[in-house]
Design a protein around this ligand. Structure first.
Ligand code: ADP
Length: 414
């Protein structure tokens, strides 16, 4: 089955085409046919795409909206110039898997998109006003372009965290605010946490119930999850992705009283302060330079800039603090798993986070850490009580596999 995986943003559309089915899933033999991204939708859009058989292609096209971008994309996939032999026409795209950001309290797992499910995603717009509307537009566009017979599946960023106990998801606010407005912690990056926890248990030959890990997704957005018995018991992101760890441009945890103080002192509206916390804070805010960890590390090496050093220190300190907190929340873990662009590639950041966790039994193996770049590996010593692993995430693969499983009517995908 050729599954088109779509991740739609306000002006971008990331895609992958993956050939997978029950047999391929069992054999871990899914085939990535092509992947790419359409950026700057709304104007002269830039399309980048690559497949295993053809090198990276880049072209531009005037694409007014998500629907136009998707139509263009499907036409390109089916065209001769794409070099994709598996797809001769749109009919060779057998299903679509969508990354949907917010599933609220309604969706505890991936779901085949029916009118009712679409209504449920619409009902969550209040919780994710910047994200869910784009996901809905993309779902409608795919339905229109490919026809109602092509099954579509929604895979929610929040769903994996559905197992959080009340004590972990409830804010200590007047309870009626939870009742009236569903104000609670939901958690995000669920597909990534779920995928790396799954890979960890495959690597270590464990059952789901035996999986007790802290997963750290460190990319542009960053989050941690405390996973006990295969399911999250706590996570760092909250009602929105703003809470928790220090991120590229997001502050993570702050004293909520700061919002009003910034608004008053800087003459900003609450909305503008929220934007500042989301887009001008984190690594970018402290360093005053960039949200890109790779650039910060180079800068630190070349110039030992004080604010760059501080940005990196605050980033790593917060991550370590969450590991400590989660160890207490979950009564100890077997491993810390690093993923995301920073977690998978930065030996230095991993070392900085792990240094100071020796009390918890985590002993980093310097040599293993240095060699674990973008690949699955253990980076702690064999005698560590708390192990450390690097496991590259693959959200698209999980979305494609969930799509297959949902279509087959399997109730609980792994
Ligand atoms: P997103 O969350 O947008 O998917 P990624 O998971 O790709 O982002 O992570 C992007 C971050 O990973 C950037 O800060 C980037 O600098 C960082 N990164 C990628 N490779 C390295 C590396 N080798 N060393 C340090 N940071 C890296």
């Amino acid at each position: 089955m050729n599954v088109l995986v779509l991740n739609s943003g306000s002006s971008s559309l990331k895609f992958q085409l993956i050939a997978t089915d029950r047999e391929r899933i069992q054999k871990n033999a899914d085939e990535r046919i092509c992947r790419g991204e359409v950026e700057r939708i709304g104007g002269e859009a830039i399309v980048t795409a690559e497949s295993e058989k053809s090198p990276r292609q880049k072209f531009t096209a005037p694409l007014a909206d998500l629907s136009a971008a998707l139509e263009y994309l499907i036409r390109w996939i089916a065209s001769e110039e794409s070099g994709i032999s598996q797809v001769q026409s749109a009919a060779d795209i057998h299903a679509v898997g969508h990354r949907v950001v917010h599933g609220g309290e309604m969706f505890s797992e991936s779901a085949i998109i029916t009118d009712e499910v679409l209504k449920g995603i619409e009902d969550c717009i209040d919780l994710a006003p910047l994200h869910n509307p784009n996901n809905i537009k993309c779902i409608r566009a795919a339905r229109q372009i490919l026809g109602p017979k092509v099954p579509q599946v929604a895979v929610f960023d929040t769903a994996f965290h559905h197992s959080l106990p009340e004590r972990a998801y409830l804010y200590a606010l007047p309870y009626h605010l939870y009742r009236r407005h569903h104000i609670r912690r939901y958690g995000f990056h669920g597909t990534s946490h779920r995928y790396v926890a799954y890979r960890y248990r495959v690597l270590r030959n464990l059952t789901r119930e035996q999986t007790h890990v802290i997963t750290l997704h460190l990319g542009n957005g960053c989050s941690a999850a405390a996973i006990r018995g295969g399911y999250p018991v706590d996570t760092s992101m909250g009602m929105t992705p703003l809470e928790g760890l220090v991120m590229g441009t997001r502050s993570g945890d702050i004293d909520p009283a700061i919002v009003n103080l910034i608004a008053t002192k800087e003459g900003l509206s609450p909305h503008e302060v929220e934007m500042l916390l989301n887009t001008q804070s984190g690594l970018l805010g402290i360093s005053g330079l960039t949200n890109d960890m790779r650039v910060l590390q180079q800068e630190l090496k070349d110039h030992d800039d004080r604010r760059v050093r501080l940005a990196i220190e605050v980033f790593c300190y917060r991550a370590r603090k969450y590991i400590g907190a989660f160890l207490a929340c979950m009564g100890g873990a077997d491993a810390v798993v690093f993923t995301g662009g920073i977690g998978e590639n930065s030996t230095d950041i991993r070392a900085r986070i792990c240094t100071g966790l020796e009390w918890a039994g985590l002993k980093l193996d310097k040599n293993r850490n240095e060699h674990a770049i973008g690949k699955e590996a253990q980076i702690s010593t064999d005698d560590s009580n708390l192990k450390a692993f690097v496991i590259p995430t693959d959200e698209e693969l999980l979305i494609a596999r969930d799509t297959v499983r949902c279509i087959a009517g399997e109730p609980h995908p792994s």
